[in-house]
Design a protein around this ligand. Structure first.
Ligand SMILES: [Zn+2]
Length: 145
C-alpha cells in the first residue's frame, strides 16, 4: 500500500493512543494489516528501480503534505502521533532498500513482507487504487470528525 495510507493510519493511531511506544507498535501492526488487504500497486513498484525510487519519493512527499493538511485537526508534532506515523511507515523502508539496492541481507525481511501481499483475490490495478482511496477517505474521516 502507498505510504500516504500507512502514514495516515499511523497518525490516526497516534491520535487514539497517547503512549508513543504503544502507538509505534500499533503503527507497525497496522502496516501489515493494511498490506494484507488486497491492493495492487505493483505497476509502480515492479522491476524499474528509477520508477520505484520516484514513486516512493512522490508518495512520501504526498504523505507529508497530506498530514500537514490535517494538522488543524491533529497535533501532528505530538510524540504519539509521530511515533504512530513512524511505526506505520518504517516496515516499508527495508523493503524499499532491498528493491532499490538488491540488499541481500534484507532478503529474509523482504520475503516476510511479501507474505502480506500474496494475492487473496484477483483484483486489477484500478480496483486496487480504489481500495486504497477508500481506506484513505475512511481514515481521513475518522481523523477530522
Ligand atoms: Zn508494506
Amino acid at each position: 500500500m502507498f505510504i500516504t495510507i500507512h502514514a495516515t493510519s499511523g497518525a490516526y493511531i497516534g491520535e487514539l493512543v497517547h503512549n508513543p511506544v504503544l502507538a509505534f507498535l500499533m503503527g507497525v501492526i497496522s502496516h501489515f494489516i493494511l498490506d494484507f488487504i488486497p491492493h495492487d500497486d505493483s505497476k509502480f513498484t515492479k522491476d524499474n528501480k528509477l520508477r520505484l525510487f520516484f514513486v516512493g519519493l512522490i508518495d512520501g512527499l504526498i504523505a507529508v503534505f497530506y498530514l500537514f493538511m490535517l494538522r488543524s485537526r491533529i497535533d501532528l508534532f505530538s510524540l504519539s502521533i509521530m511515533a504512530g506515523v513512524a511505526g506505520a511507515v518504517i516496515p516499508d523502508i527495508p523493503w524499499l532498500i532491498y528493491k532499490l539496492f538488491n540488499a541481500k541481507r534484507l532478503e529474509g525481511y523482504y520475503n516476510f513482507h511479501k507474505i502480506f501481499h500474496r494475492k487473496k483475490i484477483n483484483i486489477n490495478y484500478w480496483q486496487g487504487i480504489t481500495i486504497q482511496i477508500i481506506f484513505l477517505a475512511v481514515l481521513t474521516y475518522l481523523i477530522i470528525k
